[in-house]
Design a protein around this ligand. Structure first.
Ligand code: BMP
Length: 263
């Protein structure tokens, strides 16, 4: 099961850092070579790997991406496809199935499409294939407030609540494997963590380049940090990821998530 696999990987590696292998726009062969080089240089300090469509588009899901997934599997790193699935159910089902068939252990999906004829088929495929689904709850960019931050009337309760609170409740109800909350909003992490109560893990992107702070995010309740450019664009990616890992792991200990004697 994805959530246990990533937990075990984090415990074994003493790292809750997920590498976002986003390398910008380049020729496919260059991208593949650079991706593998960075993965090989940083894997010791990672608990998982995340790819985005900016890698899948040039490399091809059943072409170059296979080489990255294969290497991640050799390194025993769970893989997440950041697809932000966001269509009608029938389309979502096919998208999820392709990513899982390609070897990804989990996909990221958007809860804005709802359950019925929205994400339900994604969760069904995930269950059938024993994979994970992570849902967006509050994104890391500035415009997130325009969608995730709106005050809405909850269709179930009739109450006026922030959209992200409704999404956090849905993550619980749908038994999602994770909830994405931007590291750029530690106060939102705290608030959402108080709804999720460690029943759904918080995945937090936005550390470094986007302005988020690793320590604040983890102390607020983030279980995993998703980090891309701060690592891949660093002069020494291995050193950079080790630094972030140290801060994040210490912060998890501070939160009492890791027993001090289980070094
Ligand atoms: P970076 O560390 O370079 O900012 O990359 C963050 C990664 O996480 C990117 O792949 C981005 O698409 C993704 N992401 C994000 O930044 N904020 C979100 O709210 C959700 C994401 O998936």
């Amino acid at each position: 099961m994805f959530r246990h696999d990533i937990e075990n990987s984090a415990r074994k590696k003493k790292s809750n850092v997920i590498l976002a292998l986003d390398l910008g726009v380049d020729r496919p062969q260059q991208l593949l070579t650079r991706s593998l080089r960075i993965l090989n240089a940083t894997h010791e300090h990672l608990c998982a790997l995340k790819l985005n469509r900016q890698a899948v588009l040039p490399l091809g899901l059943f072409d170059g991406v296979q080489k990255i997934i294969q290497r991640a599997k050799e390194l025993k790193l769970p893989t997440i496809m950041d697809a932000k699935i966001n269509d009608i159910g029938n389309t979502n089902r096919a998208i999820a199935e392709y990513y899982y068939k390609a070897g990804f252990d989990a996909v990221i999906a958007s809860p804005f499409v709802g359950w019925n004829e929205g994400l339900q088929p994604v969760f069904e495929v995930a269950q059938k294939m024993n994979r994970g689904v992570i849902v967006l709850v509050y994104m890391s960019h500035k415009g997130a407030v325009e969608g995730y931050g709106q005050i809405v009337q909850d269709v179930d309760t009739g109450q006026l609540v922030p959209q992200y609170k409704v999404f956090a409740e849905k993550a619980l109800k749908w038994k999602a494997d994770g909830a994405v909350v931007g590291a750029t909003y530690p106060e939102k992490i705290r608030e959402i963590h108080s709804v999720l109560k460690d029943k759904v893990a918080i995945y937090s992107p936005g550390v470094g380049t986007q302005g988020g702070d690793a320590e604040a995010a983890v102390k607020g309740g983030a279980d995993y940090l998703i980090v891309g450019r701060s690592i891949v664009e660093a002069e020494d990616p291995a050193r950079k990821v080790a630094q972030i890992r140290d801060v994040a792991w210490q912060s998890l200990k501070h939160r009492g998530k890791i027993k001090q004697n289980k070094k």
